[in-house]
Every structure is written in structure tokens, then in C-alpha cells.
Write a protein that binds this ligand. Structure first.
Ligand code: C5P
Length: 222
């Protein structure tokens, strides 16, 4: 039986990819499966937390005891996250692979092949972690993720500072067998100067490791 180390904690988690529509049939997205984010929601619920999972399009099943809200685009995800902060939130875990860009124009009618602008004009999406960090209702702990191919720790450390995350979980996406879209993962948890390496394991094991680590440094109110 899992220890209820997050009992009474309210946790908000983002998961999956986002979908940035061009028209009703087409859009931009990425390879995220949602599996790691769903596993995290399961591990947090097992640890006794009250979990809201805000997810982009995925085929994953909602774990028992987890509340789930489905969204499509990065902007929808941001709106849903900020709305969720209306209820005091202790921990925000940003696992979603949010699309960095969206098509600048959405056409409500399906475009013909030749009507699609080439090159396709793109706009930069808002950063959800930064927005949650700047919000007056900021959760006590913000955990971000970074999928990197090189200079992992340095890049992720800078990213955490820039976005205002307290912890950043870095994973290497050089191998097709690990991370995005794969069944297994391996990562390093960076918290200021501290680094904890979690060797290759299943996504649920990694989620449980992460929850154990989080609960060890999160001071739970009596
Ligand atoms: O900058 P990069 O996309 O590598 O950062 C990844 C981290 O930032 C993840 O925690 C992801 O959920 C979050 N993110 C976000 N909003 C964005 C882009 C990334 O919250 N628009």
C-alpha cells in the first residue's frame, strides 16, 4: 500500500500534447502520448493527493480517483490551468508537451490544399508554467519538465529559472526507447544545485519516485 505522503495536497497536472488547429481537419501537434503525465496523476492520487489532470488529446485512461479535464490547444490549457487555481493549489506539475507555436490563423472551413499559406504563418504560444508562476495564486511548488537532446542539466537549469519552476525533471530524448511516446523513461530531478538521477524504469515507477522525492522536500502542513 502506498504511503499517503501527499494527503490533503491539491495537485494540478498538465499532460499530453496540445493540438493547434489550422482548420477543422488539420493541425500541429507533437509525439507526446500523455503516458508520463497520466502516470504522475496516478502516483499523486495513490499518495493521497486531490488531483486535477488537464490533458491534451491522448488515448490514456484516467486513473482512479483523478479528476480530468480535456483541452485541445495551448491557449485552452492555459485558460483551464488559471481557472483551476481558483481552488488553492499546492503543487503544479507541468508535464504537457505544449506546442510552442500555433498557426496564426484558424479557418472554420476546411481549406483546400492550395489555400493553405506556404510557409504557414505561426504565432508563439503562451508559456503555461511562467503564467502560473506569475499568478497571485501561485501554487507552493511548481515542477516543470524538460525534454532535451544535449547539454541537459545546464539547459534545464536555465529553463527552470526562466519559467519560475522550483524543480525541473530532465529527460533525454535521444533514444526512441525512452521518454516521449515510449513505455519507459529515465530522468534527472534538478532542484537548485541538487541533482537526483533516476535510472531507466517504467513511467509509473518514475512517477512514484518523483512523488516520493517531492513529498520529501515539500513541507506538509501538520
Ligand atoms: O521550453 P520547454 O518547452 O522545453 O519547457 C518545457 C516545460 O515547460 C514543461 O514543463 C512544459 O509543460 C512547460 N511548457 C508550458 N507552456 C509552454 C511550453 C512549455 O507550460 N508553452
Amino acid at each position: 500500500l502506498a504511503e499517503k505522503t501527499l494527503r490533503g495536497q491539491r495537485v494540478l497536472i498538465t499532460a499530453g500534447p496540445t493540438w493547434e488547429a489550422i482548420d477543422p481537419a488539420r493541425g500541429l501537434s507533437n509525439r507526446a502520448s500523455g503516458r508520463q503525465g497520466f502516470a504522475l496523476s496516478q502516483a499523486c492520487a495513490e499518495a493521497g493527493a486531490e488531483v486535477l489532470l488537464i490533458t491534451g488529446p491522448t488515448h490514456e485512461q484516467t486513473p482512479p480517483g483523478v479528476s480530468r479535464l480535456d483541452v485541445l490547444s495551448a491557449r485552452d490549457m492555459l485558460t483551464a490551468c488559471l481557472q483551476a487555481l481558483d481552488r488553492p493549489t499546492d503543487i503544479f506539475i507541468a508535464n504537457a508537451a505544449v506546442a510552442d507555436h500555433r498557426p496564426s490563423h484558424f479557418s472554420a472551413q476546411k481549406l483546400s490544399k492550395t489555400a493553405i499559406a506556404n510557409p504557414l504563418p505561426l504565432s508563439i504560444n503562451p508559456d503555461i508554467v511562467s503564467a502560473v508562476h506569475r499568478d497571485s495564486r501561485r501554487p507552493r511548488y511548481i515542477v516543470a519538465f524538460a525534454a532535451e537532446t544535449h547539454d541537459h542539466l545546464a539547459t534545464a537549469g536555465t529553463k527552470a529559472q526562466r519559467k519560475g519552476a522550483d524543480v525541473i525533471v530532465v529527460n533525454d530524448i535521444n533514444s526512441a526507447e525512452l521518454g516521449m511516446g515510449a513505455a519507459e523513461n529515465a530522468c534527472s530531478i534538478l532542484q537548485g544545485e541538487r541533482v537526483l538521477h533516476i535510472p531507466r524504469c517504467s513511467k509509473i515507477d518514475l512517477a512514484r519516485h518523483l512523488v516520493r522525492h517531492l513529498s520529501s522536500f515539500i513541507s506538509l502542513p501538520g
